[in-house]
Structures are given as C-alpha cells and as structure tokens.
Design a protein around this ligand. Structure first.
Ligand SMILES: C[S@@+](CC[C@H](N)C(=O)[O-])C[C@H]1O[C@@H](n2cnc3c(N)ncnc32)[C@H](O)[C@@H]1O
Length: 258
C-alpha cells in the first residue's frame, strides 16, 4: 500500500511507488509471492493459461478480490464454472465479443499494425469477483411470439416453438439475443451468454461440457441415432429436427428468476 509521500510533492500517488527485486523466481506458488498475495488488496494480472486452474484456486485460498484475464474457454473448466454458477466469479465489465488486442513481438503472427506496433487478437476475457454495474443490468429480451415474428436469426424467425431437447427438459436457444422473456423452464444458451448474465434475471443450472451433462441427468441417446449423426455423445444435449438428431455447441443451462 502507498502510505508515504516519498517525492515530497504533497500527494501520495504512483510517483511514490517503491520497489525492490524479488528474492526468488516470482512463481506465484512460492512462499514469497504467497506472502505478497496475502498483503494485496486487489490482484490484477494475466496469469499463464497453462496454470489457469491452479492460479484461480490460489486466488481463492485467501479470498482475494481480483481482476484477471482468461481464455474464453476457461469458463467451462470444472474448477471455474461452479464459481460462476455460484456467483463467486463473473465477467468483467468488458464484453467478450471481439476478443482482446495485445502487442506482439512476433513479425509473422500479426493481425494488425497500429502506429508501427504489431498487434494480435486473442480470445481473452476479463474475469473478476469485484462488483460492477453492468452485471446487474438485465438483458432486454423479446417474448417467444416476438422472437418468432421479428428475430434477426433465420433459425428462429417463422418458427412456432423453440426446439426442445430430446434428452433433457429444456429448450434450445442458439443465440443469447433469442432468449425469450416469457419462458419459465430451463433453456440451453451459448457460453457467450455469460458476459450478459445478470444474477437477478437468471439462475444458472449447469453446463454440458465434459462430464457435467451426465451429472445433470441428460439421458443417453438411443444407439440407433448414431447412424444419423455420428457426433452424438452421452452427456451432450441433442434435439430432433426433421428426423435427424442435432447436437448443439456447448450450452449453459439457465432459468428465469421468479
Ligand atoms: C499470459 S502471460 C502474461 C504476461 C504479462 N502479464 C502480459 O500481460 O503481457 C503469463 C505470464 O506468466 C508467467 N508465468 C508462467 N508461469 C508462472 C508461474 N508459475 N508463476 C508466475 N508467473 C508465471 C509467464 O512467464 C508469462 O509472462
């Protein structure tokens, strides 16, 4: 914490920062860095993706406030998703669409150049346990009937009902903006719903990644359907469309709050 006016300019600010080299190699698992963690008010960092699960557990060892960067896929990890479901971790204020831009030293793997600096787009997201207003703004949604009439998505417009999964009592919602405002049951929505998730508007029931679907009680698919869609897997959602089983992408299961 900054407590001294080192520069003597009458204010305590970043110019008064004092620093020293670490004794060790800076590994977050070392006692030296754990002691710094315990002292910190807020941890802001871009942890190594390969150690992401371990890093998140490390943050919760000392109930820290944090703002971290993760890969978009990390939200379905079995160590991370329960934290989101239980409102202990949520999206930062920045929306997920579009990824993040980082300066890169590479001269080949470059997505754009800004003022002579090579930039790379990475599908990264901010995750935090610090409150912010956007998280409490409910999504503005149309009713089912309005969706069937006005949706910009061709799979929804002109329909008379949402697809219902065959192996779980929930409806398939292929786009977050196609969530109906008037459905009281469980809905399967894309993972990108999570950056719009407002805990006062919806509760999260679970997800279908890995073994989670089996734990939620998704019924196994009848074996004869495998011929029609070889990608079917037990523990994954499917619905029938014109006699063919369809397997959507990974889904988060949500329900409107009463
Ligand atoms: C995703 S990079 C972020 C780098 C930098 N913070 C940035 O934003 O450009 C992750 C960083 O964590 C470092 N790292 C890898 N293993 C680590 C460990 N066990 N403890 C602490 N840092 C580690 C890597 O060297 C790398 O610099």
């Amino acid at each position: 914490m900054l407590t001294d006016d080192v520069t003597g300019d009458g204010r305590i600010n970043i110019d008064d920062l004092q620093w020293q080299y670490l004794k060790g190699d800076g590994d977050f698992r070392s006692d030296e860095i754990k002691a710094l963690r315990d002292e910190a008010d807020i941890i802001v960092t871009n942890p190594p993706f390969s150690l992401f699960r371990e890093f998140v557990a490390w943050l919760y060892e000392d109930s820290k406030k944090f703002i971290i960067i993760g890969n978009k896929n990390c939200v379905t990890y079995k160590e991370v998703f329960p934290l989101i479901k239980n409102n202990k971790l949520w999206s930062g204020r920045t929306e997920w669409a579009g990824g993040m831009w980082f300066e890169t030293k590479s001269t080949e793997d470059v997505d754009k150049v800004v003022n002579g600096i090579n930039m790379k787009n990475v599908s990264s997201i901010w995750l935090t346990n610090i409150e912010h207003g956007r998280r409490h703004q409910p999504l503005r949604l149309m009713t089912s009937a309005e969706n069937f009439k006005h949706s910009k998505h061709k799979e929804i417009r002109g329909k008379s009902a949402y697809e219902h999964y065959d192996n779980y009592d929930a409806i398939e919602i292929p786009h977050t903006d196609a969530i109906p405002s008037d459905y009281d049951g469980i809905m399967g929505v894309p993972i990108s719903f999570l950056d719009k998730y407002c805990p006062e508007q919806f509760e999260i029931i679970g997800q279908t990644q890995g073994d989670s679907g089996k734990e939620l009680g998704l019924k196994p698919f009848p074996r004869e359907l495998k011929k029609l869609n070889p990608s079917l897997r037990d523990g994954q959602l499917y619905y029938m469309e014109n006699g063919i089983p369809q397997k959507p992408y990974a889904r988060i299961l949500i329900r409107k709050k009463k």
